[in-house]
Write a protein that binds this ligand. Structure first.
Ligand SMILES: [Zn+2]
Ligand SMILES: [Zn+2]
Length: 258
């Protein structure tokens, strides 16, 4: 268990300094550890054939990564030959088909996304979203309304004019809240409530930072409890076992920045 230290930090989003500190909201993107080695011959060929930029995409089925041209709209996994959609989707009206792409999704304010499942690289959400939405990279929400489905992202940003109610647990690595949000958050990284942000709901996170002016009310669990139980220290494990039938770990009083 760790508690946030009270040293001052500069916010990377708006430049204000705040405390307590949280780890930088720096994005650690895809895990490259399993990326196959590029052969020098392969690289040479690419130099000859095209000047297009390439990127690594991972297979939805076997997770193997391979390089594709930015211009490609689909590819097949060299490992398991599964089809991988690479298209971007801009949704401006009703849309109900399932999306599973390594491209991005932009749901405009007139869009109405009722697909049960959307998996994409990053997303901008300005319209109604009813189903589940999972972003491998970032999700930016600029919306007033209810979000009934499960949402998750590496980095979730709730923009300043947003006012959202999330009915299902929100799973993220890091989240930046600049608008109003209610719902339960589980973050393996940090939760940052910016000066214009308000969060109502329970939080489990590695760290939390609330800028001056930011508001948080709910139950707070800092540390790894409930996230990776296998990694808990023996004493924490014992404490948690004991706590099972009692009150949950963490503070229950509202927390306000001073
Ligand atoms: Zn800020
Ligand atoms: Zn594959």
């Amino acid at each position: 268990m760790e508690y946030v230290a009270a040293k001052s930090t500069i916010c990377r989003q708006c430049g204000r300094s705040f405390s307590p500190s949280a780890p930088k909201p720096g994005l650690k993107l895809k895990d490259e550890s399993s990326a196959p080695e590029e052969s020098p011959v392969h690289r040479k060929f690419e130099g000859i054939w095209s000047r297009q930029r390439n990127r690594l995409v991972s297979c939805f089925e076997c997770k193997r990564k391979h390089e594709v041209s930015d211009a490609a709209s689909s590819t097949n996994c060299p490992g398991c030959s599964a089809h991988i959609d690479l298209r971007d989707y801009k949704i401006t009206t009703s849309f109900s088909r399932t999306i599973r792409t390594r491209g991005d999704v932009h749901l405009t304010s007139k869009g109405d996304l009722s697909s049960t499942s959307v998996i994409c690289n990053s997303a901008i959400i300005e319209g109604k979203v009813r189903g589940n939405l999972e972003c491998e990279d970032s999700m930016t929400i600029d919306l007033v309304g209810k979000i009934p489905g499960r949402i998750g992202a590496q980095h979730l940003i709730v923009e300043r004019k947003s006012d959202i109610q999330c009915f299902r647990r929100v799973r993220v690595t890091n989240i930046d809240i600049k608008g109003r949000m209610s719902g339960e958050i589980v973050a393996t990284g940090s939760v940052t409530i910016h000066k214009t942000g308000t969060l109502e709901g329970n939080v489990t996170a590695k760290s939390i930072a609330i800028e001056k002016g930011g508001m948080f009310s709910g139950q707070l669990v800092i540390g790894q409890a409930g996230l990776t139980q296998g990694e808990l220290l023996p004493e924490a494990k014992a404490a948690e076992k004991k706590a099972e039938s009692e009150v949950p770990l963490g503070a229950t009083q509202p927390l306000h920045a001073t």
